[in-house]
Ligand binder design. Structure first.
Ligand code: GLA
Length: 730
């Protein structure tokens, strides 16, 4: 049993294989507090941790100090304006304009398995894999209810949390803030926080810093998770490393505006929270209405950041990613974007496909520019009709010819957008998100469609599904190339405009759900100007996401390292492209580009017809590597051993099979160093007592020797050089 109610102490105990999350009830009036989250403990009464018997904080016996109590109590769902001065997780406004509220325990239910979240992506588990606790709270004076849902997984150290508000009162109110998960952490010893930041072409760079007093956050108001910040937060002991120390991780299964925040207060306790960004959010709840806030996936690791990441990877691979490709090797694709940009036609694509087929590439993906009058990025989004001038005979002919060469065929779409210069916009200028008194701001010369409106989603869906039915299309890259601004929908009442961001996100989810249900054989890859919507929400619909438009092997070390904090390598879209690299102008060896892409989904983004014979031969070798190693890469455990971000010159990451019998490490030395001897590297994740053959060498060493004594990498010459090291255990 992974979830228990212990009557004698009025506590709920949620156990995963190595962790315990404990919730307690304050006797009066029934506040719900977080007793403990950490390494697994026995079924004991830990309620003393709540300090409800420590003066001056005894709520029932010390009414004159209620504010002091509220301001220190480790609330599961802290409410606004009652006397807890830390940032709340829950805030409403009544029609009379008041906001004070509180939530107290009313009842609970323990369920086997896990319920679906209506309209939202979420992890899933069957009755043998998880148990769920639902605590029903009530606002005693206003009468509405809030359900706090926690799921404890039995096969991985993960607790998930989501929240549902049920307005079963007689009054309307406005939901101003609903944060899905809150962690209360005592500040002994000092804690750091990790968030991820970046920009276009350099997404998800790791940022670690000590948690200062006050509030420190990472957030998005862009209508998507964004290039700039990321819906992930780790809170870790100051001394924690990759393989030691206590680490809490929080990841949001949501693709819209988010807030990830730490607040350190007067007593050195930390309130970490994650949820929908309250800025710009307000949801009207009429009597009878419900609102479900998205899920936060939480993990605790007492073995450092590496274990935190592996917990996330396991839960996302097993309990979030769906569909035919969930556990399957993905076809090696070649995408024509960097090869041709908008300048292509059927013949050019077939030339690429012919060459690709000879090398063993398995799928051709036709990127942006195949529809309407689109020959640059300034027009035609929304006109989802094949441009027969470029592609005579349409997609049926093209896909047929590609298939004849033995390749699958896929296409790019950007369904959420509308170009002002499009037939769609000329017919429906009111379909774009905008406010009535301003010309909306353009970005990449495009507007965003109001996906909160069903008729708009239906129209776009029909157009795109007609295309998908018109030919043998086996892959779709769903792109989103601008962020939201001028937030307004003509279909929402004045007191509902604050719902648009969330309704938009739900609209995107609804359409992707429809797509994967209607076309279960199509492999969907999400994308947003590179990796601006690389989040757990999107993973529910697509087994892989384009990581970044930056395919430079060296920049990718940093991007893929950050991404790996939370997401498995099996979902990281990673391609080999040409040099000088189109984003940074850097020249790196073809071999290194291959090794770095191999540590992701693997594919090509170049004009293969223009490569040298030698490079094409190398592609054949890379493809053989992919077939040889991909099962291990997709299914194994990831170990980050050395970070170029920290030591400025060396990167070592590897994947070790679950049974420890096989491992593949990628070593990259960034700059060549004159007059230097070999570099000693130290592997991680091996079995100390197993003997490993270092493939391609005469070395046969124990896991202990390879991890603790190390291994010398010799013979690297030049900048950006690399080695792939394959270990076979016996
Ligand atoms: C975005 C994507 C690219 C490419 C272009 C097409 O930038 O990230 O891979 O598809 O759009 O316009």
């Amino acid at each position: 049993m992974s979830v228990k109610y212990i009557e004698s102490s009025r506590t709920f105990k949620l156990d995963t294989p190595n962790t315990t999350y404990m919730i307690g009830l304050a006797d009066e009036p029934g506040y719900i507090g977080q007793v403990y989250y950490g390494k697994r403990v026995n079924d004991e009464d830990l309620n003393y941790l709540m300090r409800t018997n420590e003066a001056p904080f005894i709520p029932s016996k010390n009414a004159r100090e209620k504010c002091s109590f509220l301001d220190t109590y480790p609330f599961e769902m802290p409410c606004a304006w009652g006397g807890d001065y830390r940032d709340p997780a829950f805030e409403i406004r009544t029609v009379s304009g008041h906001s004070t509220c509180e939530l107290v325990y009313e009842s609970h239910e323990i369920i086997k398995g896990k319920k679906k979240l209506s309209g939202l992506p979420a992890t899933f588990a069957d009755e043998s894999e998880a148990e769920t606790l639902e605590i029903k709270c009530v606002e005693p004076d206003l009468g509405f209810h809030v359900i706090l849902s926690y799921t404890a997984f039995s096969d991985v150290d993960i607790i998930t949390k989501s929240v549902r508000v049920i307005n079963d009162s007689a009054d309307t109110f406005y939901l101003e803030r609903i944060i899905s998960a809150v962690l209360n952490i005592e500040d002994t010893p000092a804690y750091d926080m990790i968030t991820m930041h970046g920009s276009w072409a350099r997404e998800r760079h790791i940022c670690r810093r000590e948690i200062p007093y006050g509030r420190s956050s990472s957030s998005s108001t862009r209508g998507e998770s964004g290039h700039q910040d990321h819906p992930f937060l780790a809170v870790l002991e100051h001394t924690a490393t990759e393989d030691s120390g206590n680490v809490y991780g929080m990841s949001f299964v949501y693709s819209g505006n988010f807030l990830a925040q730490c607040e350190r207060n007067q007593f050195d306790t930390i309130r970490a929270m994650m949820g929908i960004n309250p800025y710009g959010f307000c949801f009207k709840l009429l009597p009878g209405d419900e609102f479900t806030a998205p899920e936060v996936v939480m993990t605790f690791s007492s073995k450092g950041l590496g274990q935190m990441s592996r917990n996330f990877h396991d839960v996302y691979r097993k309990h979030l990613i769906r569909g035919e490709y969930k556990d399957k090797k993905r076809p090696i694709l070649i995408n024509n974007w960097e090869a041709t940009y908008f300048d292509f036609n059927t013949e050019k694509l077939l030339d690429i496909a012919r060459c690709a087929a000879v090398c063993g590439i398995e799928m051709l993906v036709m990127d942006d520019g195949w529809f309407g009058k689109r020959s640059s990025d300034n027009c035609a989004l929304g006109d989802w009709f094949v441009n027969e001038e470029k592609l005579p005979g349409g997609l049926k002919y093209l896909a047929g010819e590609v298939n004849k060469l033995g390749l699958k065929f896929g296409i790019w779409v950007e369904p959420e957008m509308i170009s002002p210069d499009s037939d769609l916009y000329r017919a429906h200028p009111d379909w774009a998100i905008k406010v009535p008194y301003k010309t909306p701001a353009m970005s990449r010369e495009q507007y965003v469609l109001d996906f909160s409106r069903k008729e708009i989603r239906d129209c776009i869906y029909e157009r795109i599904s007609a295309i998908l039915k018109s030919a043998n299309i086996e892959y779709v890259k769903w792109d989103m190339n601008r962020q939201l601004a001028d937030i307004g929908s003509i279909c929402l009442d004045s007191d509902r405009q604050g719902e648009l961001f969330h309704r938009y996100c739900l609209g995107v989810y609804e359409m992707q759900e429809r797509l994967i249900n209607d076309f279960p054989h199509i492999m969907l890859e999400n994308c947003s100007g590179g990796g601006a919507r690389f989040d757990a929400g999107m993973l529910y619909y697509s087994p892989q996401i384009w990581c970044s438009d930056d395919t430079d092997a060296i920049e990718r070390l940093t991007i893929q390292e950050g991404t790996s904090l939370c997401y498995p390598v099996s979902c990281m879209g990673a391609h080999v492209s040409v040099c000088p690299n189109h984003s940074v102008g850097r020249n790196t060896p073809f071999e290194t580009r291959g090794y770095v892409a191999l540590a992701g989904t693997f594919g090509y983004e170049l004009d293969i017809t223009k490569l040298s014979d030698e490079e094409r031969e190398m592609i054949k070798g890379q493809i053989a590597d992919y077939h040889r190693y991909n099962d291990l890469i997709r299914e194994g455990d990831l170990y980050r051993c050395e970070s170029y971000r920290e030591n400025h010159n060396y990167n070592l990451t590897g994947v070790v099979s679950k049974d420890k019998k096989e491992a593949l490490f990628t070593f990259v030395r960034v700059m060549g160093i004159p007059n230097s001897h070999s570099r000693r590297i130290y592997f991680r994740g091996l079995d100390e007592n197993m003997m490993y053959k270092v493939e391609g060498t005469e070395y046969y060493l124990s896991g202990a020797a390879l991890m603790y004594a190390g291994f010398n990498v010799t013979g690297l010459w030049g900048d950006f050089n690399s080695r792939l090291i394959h270990l076979i255990g016996e």
